[in-house]
Each structure stands twice: as C-alpha cells, then as structure tokens.
Design a protein around this ligand. Structure first.
Ligand code: GBH
Length: 468
C-alpha cells in the first residue's frame, strides 16, 4: 500500500472530543430479562410488515451481555468518549412509578467499565424506546408523557450523577414525532400529521421539564443538551417558488425545534402552513414556551444526507416523512448514494454547520454522522472503502466549518457497531465495527481503523484516502 509521508494534516482543536455512538434498542438485545418492560419498538417489530424481514430487537448485538468486550473495543480504537442511550423500559418497566434496580445496575456496569478505560460517557435519556404502557395511554400525543419523561430523567440522572457529566434529553424529536406519529414508518406507527405536531410539542415540553428537573440537583460541571436531526435542503433554482419550498421544509423540520429552544416560540410561518390540519397549537399551554426555552449547554447535531426538493401545487400534500406539509415535492437523490439510497454530500454538512453556528447560541457537537454500505469481507478483514471515504470527507467538512469559525467541540461516528437499523432491520450496516449477528463476532472495519488513526493524530489528511 502506498504511504503518504508528509501529507498535510488538517488538525482539530486540542481538546476536540472523539467518540462513537449507539442507542439502547439498536444494540442491547436481552429485551425480555431483568425486569425490562416492553417498548413501542418491541410492539412495532412484532407487528407483521413493519420492520423489513420481520427483524426484531433480538439478538441485536447482545451488548447487554457483551458490554465489557465492547468497551474494550472502544479503548482499542482510542475513543475518548462514548455516546449511548438508556432504555427507559429497563429502568421503569411501565414508564411510571416503580424503578427496576436491575435496569439501573446495567448502566452502572457500563459506565464503570467506560471510566475504567478513561472513556467519557455521554448519556442520551431517550432514543425512541418509549415504554409501551405509556403508548397505551396515547404516548407522546398525551401531555402526561412529558411529565413521566421528566420523572424518569430526574431519577436516572440522580443515579449516575457522580459519574456522568454529559447528558442529552431526546435524540431527534423530529423522528419521534413525524416518523412515529406522522407517516408511521417508525413506532408506534400512527399516521396522523396533526398528531405528529402535537407529539412534537409534548416531546419538547418533556425535554424542558427534564432539563429543569436535572439541572436543579446537578453538580456544576454537568452539561445538558438535546440532539436534533436537521434537514439540509437543496433546491435546483433560487427563484421565489423554490425559496418558498425551502422555507417550508426548513420550518417544519429545523425551525419548529430551533425557534422554541431559542425562546422564539413556534415559527409563525409553520403555524400558518400547518393550520389546515387543525389547531394543533391548542396543546400549547401558558408557561410551556418558557419551559422549552430552558437554557441548554450544547447542542447535538446529527447529519447524514441532504434532501432535494422542488415546489409543487399549493394543495399537493408532500410525500415521505414531511407529514402535513403542502406545496413541496421531494426529488430523488442524485450522484453517489449509500446502500440506503441516501445522497452523499459533505458540502451540505459544512453549510449546515455554518448555519447552526449563526443560529444556535451554544457550542455544537456532532453526535451522529455515518453511512450504510454493504461490507466487503476479504481474508478476515472488512474493506469498507465507501464508508471510509464518507468518513474522511465528512471529517474534512467538519474541519472546514471549524476553520470558518463554527464552535464544534466533538465528533461521534454513527455507529460503533452494525445494529438494528429501525424499520430496515439488520439489512443496513452503519458500524465502524462489523457484527456477525449469528456468532456475535466483532471485526473492526477499515473505517474503524481509519477513525482510530484520525483520533491518534487529532487530524484528518488534507487529501487522498490513506489505506489503513
Ligand atoms: C439516525 O436518524 C438515528 O438517530 C439512528 O438511530 C439511526 O440508526 C441512524 O440515523 C441511521 O438511520 O424518507 O422516511 O426514509 C437519522 C434520521 C431521518 C435520516 C429520516 C433519514 C429519511 C427519512 N433519519 N431520514 S425517510
């Protein structure tokens, strides 16, 4: 293999945090033991036709039993931090009241193992696995769920507060609301755009209530956040009609969350665009906007792919996940696509980060970025050239944003392990570590070795794609 001695290195800031991310339901398996209650994803996956191939949360990566070896892998890769989520139904099997000590004990073991290796834990309280018992009462359509979430957050935070400083309330509330209740491709599978908007409000209320509850008893060095997935929208033209279409999509996915978090309330144009669905704003009560605007310390940014759109007739209901949007059509992706069919575009990442640098008052952390490609196994190695190129190009994109003045503090690759990819089951692999779901054997992919090298040098080569 060619070497590139002297190749210029794009260096990251000295205290830049390098990590990888996962989520409880996607990796843990062990869904029926130690008192864990069912989540909406157990129910959804058990419903024929909802998850590709009938795949379920079993066995996933059996991480519940293999966490120690997985932490060892993280140490081998040189990760400084690990972003994971806690399963609410392990900790409160019915989402309210009784706490299951065996559930908390698993996260004790995991966190202690991470600390043993000097890996900083970054805890996400909710990555989509709502206790089914709460869904039976309406789930996120029910305001009460926001209060239940705050209780769960407070007790979980209190339990780990002496060991975990970095916390995230929700992962991608847009997905929970619009994929879960809008177009129904995610659990609980409800198709009702108005319910999606009401759920979005209750999710944000839950975020604010949880933040306040945790903050009131937190040590001074704790840092709280929310993780959002942003739509990075491309239109082919810059005429008035295209600008309106871009504004609509940006409103429903980005500003619907950014504005209330920033204390600006729900954007007037989004309220107007969605009025045809009925007055979803009736679920917003006095005091809610202040709760939602409770200050965060950092914002998590998940980025994968841009979305191409064009204007459509005013009464055209937008297809795909933009439930409740009218006058916009989603165009097919172009150029290089991942195995999932998502467009590869690192420039859109830089552009998004620059925009967030202007519009968000707190430091940013890339909490997820990655790609699904079929893996090429050769002589016991996983040669994932496509994923490796995606990784390097997107790291360069982050570096460019930082060089242009955006305050980005860290990068977490999605994902540490191949895992249960929601509605796609085990058919899409995002890992920098390959998992054989039959034998549970882990193999670090070329992308994983590449990230390890980037971490050890705190920099990414300015050109080319070095072989590992
Ligand atoms: C992340 O969400 C999740 O946080 C993570 O758990 C997941 O494994 C990872 O992405 C990879 O999927 O037209 O309905 O197919 C990413 C957010 C939102 C990105 C939906 C792709 C396509 C919408 N995703 N979007 S759809």
């Amino acid at each position: 293999p060619e070497t590139q001695v002297g190749q210029e290195l794009l260096r990251f800031p000295p205290d830049f945090v390098w990590g990888a991310a996962t989520a409880a339901f996607q990796i843990e398996g062990a869904t029926g033991i130690d008192g864990r209650g069912p989540s909406i994803w157990d129910t959804f996956a058990a419903t024929p036709g909802k998850v590709l191939g009938g795949d379920t949360g079993e066995p996933a990566c059996d991480h519940y039993h293999r966490y120690a070896a997985d932490v060892g892998l993280m140490a081998d890769l040189g990760l400084g931090a690990y972003r994971f989520s806690l399963a609410w139904p392990r900790i409160q099997p019915t989402g309210a009241g009784r706490v299951e000590p065996r559930g908390l004990a698993f996260y004790d073991r995991l966190v202690d193992e991470l600390l043993e290796y000097g890996i900083q834990p970054v805890a996400t309280l909710y990555h989509w696995d709502l206790p089914q018992a709460l869904e039976d009462h309406g789930g996120w359509r029910n305001r009460d769920t926001a209060y239940r979430f705050a209780e769960y957050a407070a007790l979980t935070h209190a339990h780990l507060a002496d060991r975990v400083q970095l916390w995230t309330t929700l992962n991608e509330p847009w997905c929970s609301a619009f994929l879960g209740y809008g177009n129904g491709v995610h659990a609980p599978g409800v198709v009702d755009p108005r319910a999606a908007l009401e759920a979005a409000h209750h999710l944000m209320l839950g975020h604010g209530l949880a933040l306040r509850a945790m903050r009131s008893s937190a040590p001074a060095d704790h840092r709280f956040s929310i993780v959002l997935n942003f739509c990075s929208t491309w239109a082919d033209r810059d005429d008035e009609a295209h600008r309106v279409a871009v504004r609509k999509v940006d409103g429903l996915q980005n500003r619907l969350f950014l504005d209330p978090l920033g204390g600006r309330g729900y954007p007037a144009d989004v309220v107007e665009d969605t009025a045809w669905l009925g007055d979803w704003q009736r679920v917003v009560r006095d005091g809610d906007p202040e709760v939602i605007a409770s200050p965060i310390d950092w914002m998590g940014v998940n980025y994968y792919s841009p979305t191409r759109i064009a204007p459509a007739p005013a009464d055209h209901v937008t297809e795909g996940p933009f439930a409740g949007l009218r006058g916009v059509t989603v165009l097919p992706p172009r150029g290089e696509l991942t195995g999932f069919g998502w467009e590869v575009d690192a420039r859109a990442f830089t552009e998004l980060l620059e925009r967030l640098g202007r519009d968000v008052a707190v430091p940013l952390v890339i909490t997820e970025n990655g790609s699904a490609f079929p893996d090429v196994l050769r002589d016991g190695e996983v040669v994932d050239a496509d994923r490796t190129r995606y990784l390097i190009d997107h790291l360069r994109a982050v570096h460019t944003a930082i060089a242009r003045g955006v305050d980005v503090r860290g990068y977490f690759a999605w994902s540490l392990l191949d895992n249960f990819e929601w509605a796609a089951g085990y058919s899409q692999r995002f890992g920098i570590v390959h998992v054989d779901f039959g034998t549970q054997v882990r193999t670090v992919k070329h992308s994983g070795h590449t990230l390890g090298r980037v971490i050890s040098r705190n920099g990414v080569p300015a050109g080319g794609y070095e072989p590992v």
